[in-house]
Structure formats: structure tokens, C-alpha cells
Design a protein around this ligand. Structure first.
Ligand SMILES: Cc1ncc(COP(=O)(O)O)c(C=O)c1O
Length: 432
């Protein structure tokens, strides 16, 4: 992040951060470096790159110039020291923890997460010997009580998918730091336009760039942004970052890379050995998407607010869970952490339970019935029958995905068309 970029406004940085005209061709848009490998100047250059004595490009599983441009832009927008891009949001979550955990370690996670994350944490990660303890993030004493000597991180979403729930980032950061472990925040739903978790004490931020960042439903990707401020040495719980690493000739990542220790480890070890890399093509699409992120998020939030207010008054709707509504229990917290809008993804309960929920999603025409969020298009899903169906009934309810729940991701179309579509689908579903 350059000083001049830091001084510029968010919208300017969304367009420019990380990029300059291509020095060889003058290309103004970052070129897609669709090359697996990069030619060494000579053997000494190669040795320096392999020894991590010089920054540069070897092989695109580790680093690629287009992906690197996106990493720089994301680090800038989230206020971090460095970033690593990955093949998906799930890959970012796996890699974020791989940089912290060994078999036998534990982490504490919010029980109000995207259903796929609850499954990934509870099932796939268990096979790696990583134990997750799910907790209610709104109960600090439970979060505190779930931490022990083997705990290596606390994980939560800023705005949770699908419940319209805002977590208290500062409270979680305090508990994490009391335990000398990092707080990881999934900022996918809020995006850095609405919330910068690092400013409230988060140490690592993860994203599914698949959603609002790329923004057009055409690019699966993920990212980890490192604040660069966690004190790995004082913690003493992360020897792979602080002690000499035999695979890199005894290099201590902290000694050699300082605030970039975790970022460099994530590229030079985690990506190198696990391999869930973002492609140059996807990085280019995501860079283009981010250029309009502030404009899109503003429109998404305006439409979401209007839709939530309209649904709240609709007689076929039992309840609306949107942190932008003054009556919502998360309203005050959202005003504090996301003052410019409570995002565009939220849930409501339709009268008539599971059956009515299924009928709503089957009768929309403008909304697309699919399992995604953060597209320019309005999207709708019935979590209990789709995204959250792997969860137990108890987990579904905790995650805000009960039988009557509909999740919408409000797009950037004209608000009258969005409301007209919901009106006719609700009428068919509830026989109104
Ligand atoms: C909040 C959140 N985090 C992570 C993910 C996983 O992202 P991806 O689908 O890019 O792996 C999702 C997917 O819906 C999500 O909503």
C-alpha cells in the first residue's frame, strides 16, 4: 500500500489501488498474465526467488502478477499489510486456519455462519484433526469459556449469512487477544465499503470474492487479508511463524518478513503445499468488479432497505431480519460497524412455513432461485431446503435458517420491479 494511495478516498482506491499502467506495453487495465511460469534472469535470480531473498514470480500456484495486483488492492481496501488470494471463499477459510493450526488444535467459531462454513468447520476440518467449538457470538462469557490452551483462533462473520446479524467485532477481538490468538472475520457480506474489521481489532479478514467483490456472479474466488499487527512472538503459540523453518533454510518468517510474516507464509508454504490458487483470469474479473464496488454496494443497500421496509408491512410476512430496520435487535450494532448500510442479504419469514417458503422461491420471475449472493441480480433461496439442508434442525435455527425462512440478496435493478416480483410470488404462495 503506497502512502499516496492511503491518502485517497475509498472509491478512488477501489479503481486504482495496486495498479499502474503496464511498464512494457502501457496497457491501462491490468493485463491477464495467463502464464504458469516466469523466466529466471539467471541461476542467481532463481536461487534468490526460491530462498525468498527477493520478491518475484516463479510459478502461478504461488504467485502471479495479475493475482498479486488484486492482493495489493484488497490489502489496501481492508487496511491490511498484505493479502493472499485463493480459489474460493472456502479455500480462504481453510488456508487462513492452516496458517495457524496443527492437528489437535482447536478454534472457536460463531454458530451464526453461512451453512457451508458450519459444515466445513464441523466435518471436513475434523478430519484434519482441527476441532471447532461453535458458540453464540453475542454471549462473550460463552466465547471466553470456549477458549483454552489449544485454541488458535476465533472466527466470525461481520454481517452473518443469512440472518442479517451483525457481530460485535470489538468484543470478539478483546477475547481473542486476551488469549493471545488472532480474530478472523469473514467480511464477505459487509465488504470493505461498509465495514473494515481490522479497524475494530480483527487480525485476519477473509472474503468469498465470489460475492459482492467480483459482483457479477461470474467468478469464484477468495482472499485472506492480514492486518500485519498480530504479535506472533509475544503470543508464543505459532512456532511455524516464529521459529526457524527447515524447508526454507532455517528462515524465521517473523524475523525475515516482519508484519508480512503470515502473508508470506500463506503464499510460500500454504499455497505452495495445498495449492488452492486463484487464476489470473478470475483475478482480472475481480479487479474489474471492485472498480464499481462502492457504487454497487450503495445501490444494493438502498434497494435492500426499501425491500425490508416493504416486507415488514406485508401481511403475508411474519417477520423480517434486517439490521437496517430500527426495530431490529442488531440495528444499533450495525449503525456502529456499518453506518452506510446493513448490506443486501437478509431473511424474512413467510406465513405458511416450509410449504409457503418453497412456493415463493418457485414463483418469482425477476429474482433468480439459486444458491448465491452478492450478484447484481436479485437472488432468492429457501435455506432450509438448499444451502442449510445438511445442518441439524438445531443448527438451522441457530443459523437463522428455519422452515419458514426465505433469504434474499437484493440486486441493483429498479426497486419497483423488485417489489412487484415479490408481491406476485407472495400472493401465489399464500393464496392471497
Ligand atoms: C459468508 C460466506 N463466506 C464464505 C462463503 C464461501 O465462499 P465460496 O462459495 O466462494 O467458497 C460463502 C458462500 O456463500 C459465504 O456466503
Amino acid at each position: 500500500m503506497t502512502d499516496s494511495a492511503k491518502r485517497q478516498g475509498f472509491s478512488t482506491r477501489a479503481v486504482h489501488a495496486g495498479t499502474t499502467p503496464d511498464p512494457t506495453t502501457g496497457a491501462r487495465v491490468p493485463p491477464i498474465h495467463q502464464s504458469v511460469a516466469f523466466v529466471f534472469r539467471d541461476v542467481e535470480h532463481a536461487a534468490n526467488l526460491f530462498n525468498l531473498d527477493e520478491a518475484g514470480f516463479i510459478y502461478s500456484r504461488l504467485t502471479n502478477p495479475t493475482v498479486s495486483t488484486l492482493q495489493d488492492r484488497l490489502a489496501d481496501l481492508e487496511g491490511g499489510a498484505g493479502a493472499v488470494c485463493t480459489a474460493s471463499g472456502h479455500a480462504a477459510q481453510m488456508l487462513s486456519l492452516f496458517g495457524l493450526m496443527r492437528a489437535g488444535d482447536e478454534f472457536v467459531a460463531s454458530n451464526k455462519l453461512y451453512g457451508g462454513s458450519i459444515t466445513q468447520f464441523g466435518h471436513a476440518f475434523a478430519r484434519l484433526g482441527w476441532t471447532v467449538r461453535f458458540v453464540d457470538p453475542d454471549d462473550p462469557e460463552t466465547v471466553r469459556g470456549a477458549c483454552n490452551d489449544r485454541t488458535r483462533a476465533i472466527f466470525s462473520e461481520s454481517l452473518a449469512n443469512p440472518g442479517g446479524i451483525m457481530c460485535d467485532i470489538e468484543s470478539l477481538a478483546k477475547i481473542a487477544h486476551e488469549n493471545a490468538i488472532p480474530l478472523i472475520i469473514d467480511n464477505t457480506l459487509a465488504t470493505p465499503v461498509l465495514c473494515n474489521p481490522i479497524a475494530y481489532g480483527a487480525d485476519l479478514v477473509v472474503h468469498s470474492t465470489t460475492k459482492f467483490l467480483s459482483g457479477h456472479g461470474h467468478a469464484i474466488g477468495g482472499a485472506i487479508i492480514d492486518s500485519g499487527t498480530f504479535d506472533w512472538v509475544a503470543s508464543g503459540k505459532f512456532p511455524h511463524l516464529t521459529d526457524p523453518n527447515p524447508a526454507y533454510h532455517g528462515t524465521s518468517f517473523v524475523e525475515k518478513f516482519g508484519e508480512l510474516a503470515y502473508t508470506v507464509y500463506s503464499i510460500a508454504v500454504s499455497l505452495r503445499d495445498l495449492g488452492p490458487t486463484m487464476s489470473a483470469d478470475i483475478a482480472a474479473r475481480t479487479l474489474t468488479g471492485i472498480e464499481t464496488l462502492p457504487l454497487r454496494v450503495k445501490k444494493h443497500c438502498e434497494n435492500a432497505q426499501a425491500t425490508a421496509e416493504w416486507l415488514q408491512k406485508h401481511e403475508q410476512v411474519e417477520w423480517v431480519s434486517y439490521a437496517g430496520l430500527p426495530e431490529d435487535p442488531y440495528y444499533e450494532r450495525a449503525q456502529r460497524y456499518c453506518p452506510d448500510g446493513a448490506g443486501a442479504v437478509f431473511t424474512f419469514g413467510v406465513r405458511g412455513g416450509y410449504e409457503a417458503g418453497v412456493k415463493v422461491v418457485e414463483n418469482v420471475t425477476l429474482f433468480s432461485h439459486l444458491a448465491n449472493i452478492g450478484d447484481t441480480r436479485s437472488l432468492i433461496v429457501h435455506p432450509a431446503s438448499t444451502t442449510h439442508r445438511q445442518l441439524s434442525d438445531e443448527q438451522k435455527t441457530a443459523a437463522g435458517a428455519g422452515p419458514e425462512v426465505i433469504r434474499i440478496s437484493v440486486g441493483i435493478e429498479d426497486i419497483d420491479d423488485i417489489l412487484a416480483d415479490l408481491e406476485q410470488a407472495l400472493a401465489v404462495a399464500t393464496g392471497g
